[in-house]
Design a protein around this ligand. Sequence first.
Ligand SMILES: NC(=O)c1ccc[n+]([C@@H]2O[C@H](COP(=O)([O-])OP(=O)(O)OC[C@H]3O[C@@H](n4cnc5c(N)ncnc54)[C@H](OP(=O)(O)O)[C@@H]3O)[C@@H](O)[C@H]2O)c1
Length: 291
Amino acid sequence: MSDITVIGAGPMGSALARTLLRSGKKVTVWNRTSEKAEALVQEGAVFEPNAAFAVNASPIIIVCVATYEISRSILGSEDVAARMAGKLVVELSTGTPQDARNSEAWAHEQGADYLDGAIMATPPQIGMPDTPIFLSGSESAYRRSEPVLRVLAGNLIYLGESVGSASAWDLAALSTLFGSMFGFFHGARILESEGHRVDTFGSMIADISPVFGQMIKHEGELIQSETYDQPQSSVKTCMSTAELWVKQASEARINPDFPNFAKGLYEKAIQAGYENEELAAVIKVLRTDNE
Ligand SMILES: NC(=O)c1ccc[n+]([C@@H]2O[C@H](COP(=O)([O-])OP(=O)(O)OC[C@H]3O[C@@H](n4cnc5c(N)ncnc54)[C@H](OP(=O)(O)O)[C@@H]3O)[C@@H](O)[C@H]2O)c1
């Protein structure tokens, strides 16, 4: 018997398995492509080519493959599902809240306990004291898996029994991250067009990001309280920045997609009458778009 089975030996699954091995755990690994598990075997993992036997090998099954659909295609085959009763499945693939709800229901039908998680880190950050993992699902599943998960990430954020929470917070955080990334890429093009270094820009943004974090926190508080009428940064003021991005893109002949996207949202907010409200009022436009 092993302590933990890891299903998936891609970059993230391998990092999880390796970190568990280095902490002294006995680890069984399954991966569709066996060659990708060879390095883990050299570090002490047992590679089990049969997914049903891999599930049978441990009380805790960590799944980290590309999608929930793939996860289900592996765990849902008849011989694997027959061995799920009594196991604890920790699903760490990235998905939606509905994916998590479906997976939990399926796991419970098989008699397995289930915890859903979302890793907010890259593979080299696994095992670090600050690394966050969002978790949600039954509290007993969380308590049972906590000692193992603590090896993988020092900052476990348990969001409660509503199993979709981890995916919801993950997608929301990723939206914030990648929204910033697109802004950063456009910023890099502005600096390139003026002959400046992009690596220095990245370092500078890392240094000042706590200030940006405080701004985001403030906007979140205003959205929660629906208070937009005492603007520190009005929609109109922020619109003028977007207009400057568009103007500079035209002057420097650089791609205007990001400035045009931002300007388009500001224009909708102004058309809706939010010109002199706080920037956070843009969310009112986003609330109406899909109705
Ligand atoms: N890498 C990151 O920075 C990061 C960060 C946070 C979260 N995550 C999440 O972690 C999960 C795994 O990510 P990853 O970085 O390891 O790379 P990935 O490319 O998303 O997933 C690779 C894993 O999925 C398996 N897989 C893909 N298609 C399959 C199929 N049809 N049948 C069976 N297995 C299949 C691969 O098996 P084969 O080796 O056989 O192809 C491999 O084990 C993803 O959900 C990802 O979003 C990754």
